[in-house]
Design a protein around this ligand. Structure first.
Ligand SMILES: [Zn+2]
Length: 122
């Protein structure tokens, strides 16, 4: 969660820690109660700037016709395409194995879907 807290909250937290340094550590949950980072986001996503061709067919957004600058989402063994305008469609020709072949290692972990979209510039 570090780095995703509004600056005011960070500042207040710092002031609290200065006021009561001995108690600051007690506020943390024990490790076994913390949510593992890889479970924070239910799925993964990657940007896909170039046109996507499947079975010789150019994939286009069913709503607006966009054919490039996708976000590709992999979740619960399904792959979804999200266009620049935020339309999402399930792409049944793709699966998690395809995603894993094309995705690089995750460069960041995000607490929420929206954080991740912002990170990727959407
Ligand atoms: Zn669209």
């Amino acid at each position: 969660m570090d780095g995703q807290v509004p600056p005011e909250v960070e500042r207040m937290r710092a002031e609290l820690e200065q006021a009561a340094p001995a108690r600051a550590v007690d506020d943390f949950l024990p490790p076994e109660l913390r949510v593992p980072s890889h479970d924070q986001l239910d799925g993964r996503m990657m940007p896909w700037k170039q046109p996507l061709v499947l079975d010789g067919e150019l994939v286009a957004c069913a709503e607006c016709g966009a054919y490039r600058d996708w976000l590709i989402l992999s979740t619960r063994d399904q792959v979804w395409l999200r266009c620049r305008k935020g339309h999402q469609q399930h792409e049944i020709r793709l699966d998690t194995a395809w995603y894993n072949r094309h995705a690089g290692p995750a460069d960041a972990t995000h607490a929420t879907f929206e954080d991740c979209l912002r990170h990727l510039g959407h």
